[in-house]
Design a protein around this ligand. Structure first.
Ligand code: FDA
Length: 398
C-alpha cells in the first residue's frame, strides 16, 4: 500500500532538511527520504567539524552560475540573519572566524540536531536509509518506488546535492531525474578543489609541501578575471589552501594561474633599487619577507643561485626573480577531482526553474534545491547559505 504525502523531499542534507522543516511547519504532510544511514554527513564534516554555516557578507556576487541573477530572490528572502535567528532559538553558540565566516563554537552536530528538531516540529516522516528506485509522474503528482514502501506525493523536491565526496554518499541522482524530465544540465565539475600539476614539472616544488602563506591569486582575463587574497598551501601533487580552492571554481582547463607570493613587496624594484646596499646573499635577503625554507625551495626550483650576492647579480636576473615571486605563472594539469572537491560546479540549469519556488517550469510539482542546481558559492559558508535559502524558498512555495 502506498502512502500519500503533500511533499516528498529526496535527500536529507542541508537543503532537504530545511525544505522539509519549512513545509512541515506550514502543515504540509512531508516525507524525507535519504539513502544514507547517517543524517547529513556533509554538515557533520564541514568546517573541520564546526560547520561554517553561513557568511555574514553573502550577496549574489559570491555565487557562480550560468544564470547569475537566479539566486537573488531566494537569497534575499532567507538571509544569514534568518539562520542566526534559528540558531538563537536553539541556543547554539557561534563565532566569526575570517571575512564574515560563521562557525559553531562546539560542533556541527548542533546544527544537524537543530534541523532534525525543526523537521520533527513539522511532523516530517523519515525514510532512512531508503533507496529510491524510480520516480514517475502520475495523475495528481508523483509515485516514488523505493526499496521499501511505495510513496505517493503531490510534489517532489530533489535535494540530493552534487557529486563531491562519493565515499559519503554523493550520487548523480539529481542529474538523472533532470534528464528523465527533459531538463537541461550545466556540465558538472569539481569546484573548491586542490589543483594538480604535471608530476615532472612539479617535482622541484615537492620539498615545499606543507608550507602555507598568504598570496594574491588570479586566473582568467578582463571580465572573466577572478582574484583572491587568501592562504596558499603547497602539497605533494600541487597547490591547495583557501586561495586555490577559491580560484579552482573559476579556473578553466588549460588556463594559467598567476600567483603573487609577496603581495606587499615589489621584489624586482626592491632588489634593483637597493642592490648596492644589500650586503646579504639573495636567499638571506628574501628570507626577511618569506619563510627561509620557501625561499630556498623556490630559488632552487627556479634555478636561481641562493648564495649569490645580490650586489653581483645583473638587473635583468633580479627582475626575473621579482617576476617569479610577484607574478608566478603556472598551468595546472587538473584537479584532485570529486574525491577532494568541497562542491560541484554546474548542475540543473537554473533557466529550467522558477527563481521564486525552485520548481521546474516544465514539470509542475518537481523542484530542485541546494547543490544539485547550477548555483555554486565561494568558499566561506556561502554554499550552506544557498542550501538554507533555496530549501526555504521551495518549502514556502509548496
Ligand atoms: P548535501 O550533500 O548536503 O545533501 C545531499 C543528501 O542527499 C545527502 O544526505 C545524501 O546522502 C543524499 N543523497 C544523495 N544521493 C541520493 C540518492 N540517490 N537517494 C537518496 N538520497 C541521496 N559549505 C559551506 O557553506 N561551509 C562549509 O564549511 C563547508 N564545508 C565543506 C566541507 C566538505 C569536506 C565538503 C565536502 C563540503 C563542504 N561544504 C561547505 C559544502 C556543503 O557541504 C554543500 O554545499 C551542502 O551540503 C549542499 O547541501 P545539499 O543539501 O544540496 O547537499
Amino acid at each position: 500500500m502506498s502512502k500519500q504525502f503533500d511533499l516528498a523531499v529526496i535527500g536529507a542534507g542541508a537543503a532537504g532538511l530545511m525544505c522539509a522543516a519549512v513545509a512541515g511547519q506550514r502543515g504540509k504532510r512531508v516525507v524525507l527520504i535519504d539513502h544514507a544511514s547517517r543524517l547529513a554527513e556533509k554538515i557533520r564534516i564541514s568546517g573541520g567539524g564546526r560547520c561554517n554555516f553561513t557568511n555574514l557578507h553573502a550577496t549574489p556576487n559570491n555565487f557562480l552560475s550560468e544564470n547569475p541573477h537566479f539566486c537573488k530572490s531566494a537569497l534575499s528572502r532567507y538571509t544569514p540573519q534568518d539562520f542566526l535567528g534559528l540558531m538563537k532559538q536553539y541556543q547554539i553558540a557561534w563565532h566569526e572566524k575570517h571575512k564574515g565566516q560563521l562557525f559553531c563554537d562546539d560542533s556541527a552536530e548542533d546544527i544537524i540536531a537543530m534541523l532534525k528538531a525543526e523537521c520533527n516540529k513539522g511532523k516530517v516522516s523519515w525514510r532512512m536509509p531508503c533507496q529510491v528506485e524510480e520516480l514517475e509522474q502520475i495523475d495528481n503528482g508523483f509515485s516514488i518506488r523505493t526499496d521499501g514502501q511505495e510513496i505517493n506525493a503531490s510534489n517532489v523536491v530533489i535535494a540530493t546535492g552534487g557529486l563531491s565526496i562519493p565515499k559519503i554518499g554523493a550520487t548523480d541522482f539529481a542529474y538523472k531525474i533532470a534528464r528523465q524530465f527533459g531538463l537541461k544540465i550545466i556540465e558538472p565539475r569539481p569546484a573548491l578543489v586542490p589543483l594538480t600539476f604535471d608530476a615532472k614539472a612539479w617535482e622541484p616544488f615537492v620539498p615545499l609541501s606543507g608550507i602555507s602563506l598568504e598570496v594574491d591569486i588570479e586566473t582568467g582575463e578582463k571580465k572573466n578575471k577572478a582574484v583572491f587574497r587568501e592562504d596558499l598551501l603547497f602539497t605533494h601533487r600541487g597547490l591547495s589552501g583557501p586561495a586555490v580552492l577559491q580560484i579552482s571554481s573559476f579556473w578553466q582547463p588549460g588556463q594559467a594561474l598567476r600567483i603573487n607570493l609577496l603581495p606587499e613587496v615589489n621584489v624586482a624594484q626592491d632588489l634593483v633599487n637597493n642592490k648596492t646596499t644589500i650586503k646579504k646573499n639573495l636567499a638571506n635577503h628574501l628570507s626577511q619577507y618569506l619563510p627561509a625554507r620557501l625561499v630556498d625551495g623556490l630559488l632552487t626550483a627556479h634555478g636561481f643561485p641562493g648564495d649569490a650576492r645580490v650586489a653581483d647579480m645583473p638587473d635583468k636576473r633580479l627582475r626575473l626573480i621579482g617576476e617569479r615571486l610577484n607574478r608566478w605563472e603556472l598551468i595546472p594539469n587538473g584537479s584532485e577531482g570529486y574525491r577532494k572537491a568541497e562542491v560541484t560546479r554546474g548542475g540543473v540549469d537554473t533557466r529550467e526553474l522558477s527563481q521564486q519556488s525552485m520548481m521546474a517550469n516544465k514539470v509542475p510539482g518537481l523542484y530542485f534545491i541546494g547543490e544539485s542546481v547550477d548555483v555554486t558559492g565561494w568558499l566561506g559558508g556561502y554554499n550552506f547559505q544557498w542550501a538554507w535559502a533555496s530549501g526555504s524558498a521551495a518549502g514556502l512555495a509548496i
